[in-house]
Design a binder for this molecule. Structure first.
Ligand SMILES: C[S@@+](CC[C@H](N)C(=O)[O-])C[C@H]1O[C@@H](n2cnc3c(N)ncnc32)[C@H](O)[C@@H]1O
Length: 486
C-alpha cells in the first residue's frame, strides 16, 4: 500500500521526530503540566509562550500541535534529515503566509505517532474523504478492546490506523481495511513511521476479507444512522438506518476463528414499539455468538442530527436536517443508542445474549471488564442448578450498602436499599431485604444451599421455593460481578 512518503523519507521523518524529542513525554516535559493541559483543550497561548526558542522541538510543537505558521528555515531544521521539498510533496507541510504550516495532523499518541487529516476548523467544511484523527470514539474502542494475545487481528475501517497500532501490541499479524484509499495511505504511513508492518486492504466492509477468519476483529465503523446518504466516508456507510452494524454482526460466524471475538462501536435506532435490546440481539440471531451489548448513551433525533452535521462542520442546512429527521419520523425512530458490542464465538448449545444499559463510568480499562464479564458468564453457563447451589460465593471487595430513608414518627423508615460496587463495572443495584441478607451472608464460607437453608428458616419459607427464587438473582449478581464464586 502506498505511503505518503517513500521508505527512505519515512526513516528521515522518524529520525527528525525522535531527535527533536517530539514524543508524548518530550512534549509534556517541554510544555509542563499546565500548558499541556491547556493545549489539550485547544488553548495554545501558554504553549506558544514557552516554545519561542526556534529549536526543532519548539518548532514541531508550534507547527503540529499549535497549528502555527513557522519560518521555512526553522521547519527545514526541525524536519532534517527529511528534505522540506519531500515534506511538501507529501502534504505534511503546506505553504502559508510567512512560512510553512502543517498540512496534516502529525502527533504523538502514546509511544507512537499517528498521521491523519487536520481536524475540523470553524467555517471549513470537511472534505468527503477526510481521514479522521484519534478521537473520543477511537480511544473508547481502544480502551474497550480485549487485549488477550492473539494470532490474527483485523481492524475494519482503519482510518489513520489507531486501532491497528493497539492491535500490534498483542496480535502476531494485523490486517487493516478501509474503503478509502486516502485513509489507507495514512494508515500505511502511520504503520511505517512506527516501524510496523500491517496487511492493508482496500474495499467495502467485509469484501476485502471474504473467506478470511481472524482471532480478533475490531471496528469503529462509519456507524452514523440516517437515510443512507454518504457524504463523508469517515461517518457514513451509505447503508440506511443501522444496517451497517447489523451487517458486521451477521458476518461474525464467517469472520471469526473458533473462540474469536468481534468488538465494534455501534449506533442503533430505538423504533417505536420495539425494544432496542431485541433489535441488537436480532442482529446476532442464529450466529452462535455469545453477546454482550452495552448501551452507553442515548440521543434524541434532533440532537443527533445536529451533532453529526456539526461534526463535519457542515453549514447549517435546514433542508438536510429536515430530510434526516423526516426519515427518522417515517421509520418510527424515537431515539438513537450508542454503545459497544462484543460478540464471541460460542461453543455453548444456547449462547448467552445480554443487551443492557451501562451508562455509568466503569473502572478503566473497559477491555478488562469485558474479559471478566465473559469469564463470569462462562462460569455460570457451565453449571447446572445443583452445581450453582453447592458453590460458595463472596461479595466483591469494597461493596457498599446505600440506604435512602424518610424520618417517620418512630424514626427512619428505609425506602430504598442499594448495593454499589466502587470498582469494576460500578453497578448500583436496588435490592430487597432478602437479597441483602443473601449478599451479607456471602463471605465464601457456606455453600449457597446452606445459605438458602438459613434464610428459609429465618423467613419461614420452603427451601426449594426460595432456591428457585434466588437462583436467577444469583445469576444476575454474579454476571454483574457483585458476587464472585470462590
Ligand atoms: C469512524 S472512522 C474510524 C477510524 C479509526 N479506525 C478509529 O478508530 O478512529 C470509520 C472508518 O471507516 C472507513 N469506512 C467508511 N465506509 C467504509 C466501508 N463501507 N467499508 C470499509 N471502511 C469504511 C472510513 O474511511 C473511516 O476510516
Amino acid at each position: 500500500m502506498q505511503t505518503l512518503l517513500d521508505t527512505a523519507d519515512i526513516d528521515h521523518l522518524r529520525t527528525a521526530l525522535t531527535g527533536a524529542g517530539f514524543t508524548a513525554s518530550g512534549i509534556a516535559d517541554r510544555l509542563g503540566p499546565q500548558a499541556s493541559a491547556d493545549a489539550g483543550r485547544s488553548d495554545f497561548r501558554a504553549a506558544l509562550r514557552i516554545t519561542g526558542s526556534g529549536d526543532p522541538l519548539d518548532t514541531l510543537i508550534r507547527l503540529f500541535i499549535c497549528g502555527q505558521t513557522e519560518p521555512e528555515a526553522a521547519v527545514a531544521a526541525a524536519l532534517a534529515p527529511l528534505p522540506v521539498a519531500a515534506a511538501r510533496a507529501a502534504g505534511l507541510v503546506v505553504l502559508a503566509d510567512g512560512g510553512l504550516a502543517a498540512g496534516v495532523d502529525l502527533e504523538p499518541y502514546g509511544d507512537w505517532w499517528v498521521l491523519s487529516d487536520l481536524p475540523a476548523q470553524p467555517g471549513r467544511q470537511l472534505p468527503a474523504d477526510h481521514v479522521l484523527g484519534v478521537g473520543g470514539a477511537s480511544t473508547t474502542l481502544a480502551g474497550a478492546t480485549v487485549r488477550t494475545p492473539v494470532g490474527t487481528a483485523l481492524d475494519l475501517g482503519t482510518g489513520c490506523g489507531v486501532q491497528a497500532l493497539h492491535l500490534s501490541t498483542h496480535a502476531r499479524a494485523v490486517t487493516a481495511t478501509d474503503l478509502s484509499p486516502r485513509a489507507l495511505r495514512f494508515a500505511a504511513t502511520t504503520a511505517a513511521l512506527n516501524g510496523m508492518s500491517w496487511e492493508l486492504l482496500q474495499g467495502d466492509m467485509l469484501a476485502p476479507v471474504a473467506d478470511r477468519r481472524f482471532d480478533l476483529v475490531v471496528s469503529n465503523p462509519p456507524f452514523v444512522v440516517g437515510p443512507g446518504l454518504a457524504t463523508h466516508v469517515y461517518r457514513d456507510s451509505g447503508r440506511a438506518g443501522d444496517d451497517v452494524c447489523a451487517e458486521l454482526a451477521g458476518a461474525a460466524p464467517t469472520l471469526l476463528n473458533e473462540g474469536g471475538t468481534l468488538q465494534f462501536l455501534a449506533n442503533w435506532v430505538h423504533v417505536k414499539g420495539e425494544d432496542w435490546e431485541d433489535r441488537v440481539a436480532s442482529w446476532f440471531a442464529g450466529t452462535g455468538m455469545d453477546l454482550w451489548a452495552i448501551q452507553r448513551e442515548v440521543s434524541d433525533p434532533l440532537d443527533y442530527v445536529r451533532l453529526w452535521l456539526a461534526d463535519a462542520s457542515e453549514k447549517h442546512d435546514a433542508l438536510r436536517a429536515a430530510e434526516w429527521l423526516d426519515w427518522f419520523a417515517a421509520h418510527g425512530v424515537e431515539a438513537i443508542g450508542f454503545g459497544l458490542v462484543t460478540a464471541r464465538h460460542s461453543d455453548k448449545a444456547d449462547p448467552s445474549v445480554v443487551c443492557e444499559d451501562l451508562r455509568q463510568q466503569v473502572q478503566p480499562p473497559l477491555g478488562d471488564r469485558v474479559t471478566e464479564w465473559f469469564s463470569r458468564r462462562d462460569w455460570l453457563d457451565a453449571r447446572n442448578r445443583d452445581q450453582l447451589l453447592s458453590a460458595r460465593y463472596r461479595r466483591v471487595d469494597g461493596l457498599q450498602l446505600r440506604q435512602e430513608a424518610t424520618m417517620g414518627d418512630d424514626g427512619w423508615i428505609v425506602d430504598r436499599q442499594l448495593l454499589a460496587m466502587p470498582e469494576g463495572l460500578r453497578w448500583v443495584e436496588e435490592i430487597d431485604p432478602l437479597i441483602l441478607a443473601l449478599v451479607s451472608g456471602s463471605n465464601g464460607d457456606l455453600p449457597l444451599h446452606d445459605q438458602i437453608a438459613l434464610l428459609a428458616t429465618a423467613h419461614e419459607a420452603p427451601t426449594e421455593a426460595l432456591a428457585d427464587a434466588l437462583l436467577p438473582v444469583l445469576d444476575h449478581l454474579v454476571e454483574r460481578g457483585l458476587l464472585l464464586p470462590t
